[in-house]
Design a protein around this ligand. Structure first.
Ligand code: ADP
Length: 172
């Protein structure tokens, strides 16, 4: 049982790594990105400046500073333009590359927000289906992979994930 569901604020989670839904500059933004930078403190932005941004669909890691999490894995989700501009593949790549970074850092526990479903307007149901499918695939290919927690910021989003996860999920 390696896929879990939590409703709440990802910055509070005591996991090895939390994933940030960042933008290509990696210099902070609104939504979950803003919350992570506020909770981690200014050292996070200082390290992010050394990374020189990140392309959409890729991921780069930093330390977690004042967060309970040891690392932040910053990934850049696609902006939703209707689905015809490679959005599904780019979103899947966010989950896959973030988990690859997590393995490189020997993380045993990783938490994801619902990447792209805020200001990037990816339809929640489609985004959640990709998140769950891609994480399941990664764990099939990497049996040594981390425990993965999906963090939902609303009850509506949690209901979508709960339905997709079915019996796998343990509500924390
Ligand atoms: P994006 O630009 O990738 O759409 P957002 O931060 O706008 O990123 O939203 C991504 C998702 O993260 C949304 O579902 C939003 O509700 C959620 N979210 C916002 N703040 C938090 C938080 N503190 N913890 C977990 N999820 C959050």
């Amino acid at each position: 049982m390696k896929l879990h569901l939590v409703t709440g604020d990802i910055t509070a989670l005591e996991v090895d790594a939390i994933v940030n839904a960042a933008n290509t500059s990696l210099l902070g933004g609104g939504g979950v990105d803003g919350a992570i930078h506020r909770a981690a403190g200014p050292e996070l932005l200082a390290e992010c400046r050394t990374l020189h941004g990140c392309p959409t669909g890729q991921a780069k890691a930093t330390k977690g500073y004042r967060l309970p999490a040891k690392y932040v894995i910053h990934t850049v989700g696609p902006v939703w333009h209707g689905g015809g501009r490679g959005e599904p593949d780019l979103l899947a790549s966010c989950y896959r590359t973030s988990l690859t970074r997590a393995l490189e850092l020997n993380c045993r526990t990783v938490a994801f927000p619902a990447i792209s479903t805020g200001v990037y307007h990816y339809p929640p149901q489609e985004a959640a289906a990709i998140a769950v499918a891609e994480c399941r695939r990664f764990l099939m290919e990497h049996p040594d992979g981390p425990e993965i927690t999906f963090v939902c910021f609303s009850g509506h989003m949690a209901a979508i994930y709960r339905q997709l996860l079915g019996q796998e999920t343990e509500q924390a």
